[in-house]
Write a protein that binds this ligand. Sequence first.
Ligand SMILES: [Zn+2]
Length: 189
Amino acid sequence: MNKKSTPKSIGERYYGGELEFPFRFEDFDCPRPKDMPSRFFPGVKRLDYRSAIKADVSRVRASACSDMPRCWFIDAWFDCEKCGKEYCWKAKVQQIWFERFQVWSEAYPKLCPECRAKRRRLHKALNSFGIESKHAILRSTDVKTKQSMLELIDTIEHLSEVPLTKGILEKRDILKRQLEKMTTENRKQ
Ligand SMILES: [Zn+2]
């Protein structure tokens, strides 16, 4: 039987005992960018093959069920799932994702860079809110700490697409009352 005529997944080849451990992703390479299966770019509008960069497949993470790792990085155009704007996922950016940060080989962006940046800012704001809110609201006697917490809540409200939770709204009310009281007391002194 000619083995080359029956392509198998990495898992099949590995568990079938045909490969030495550890298996090498180089064995599953595809020679031309156009040979890359379309599932690496779901929903893509167009690909510019002239931009293709050969992947160092020994650095790319792929699952054992995959028939091959991502072998090429190619400029790809998508529509953002959130704002609908067209954006280009650059080959160079893909190289950083998959070789340097070793993001899962099947991953692709669903959002444009602006929407992704916005989401990162929101997550960061929510994180600092979680870490700092108790201190700022209950214990701090510092006006500035409380004011910066109020600003943080405004940032979250501005970036989030859903209304603020009841907990955050309550904390905002408490903060506002505390600040009012503190400024009145300062005036009296
Ligand atoms: Zn977007």
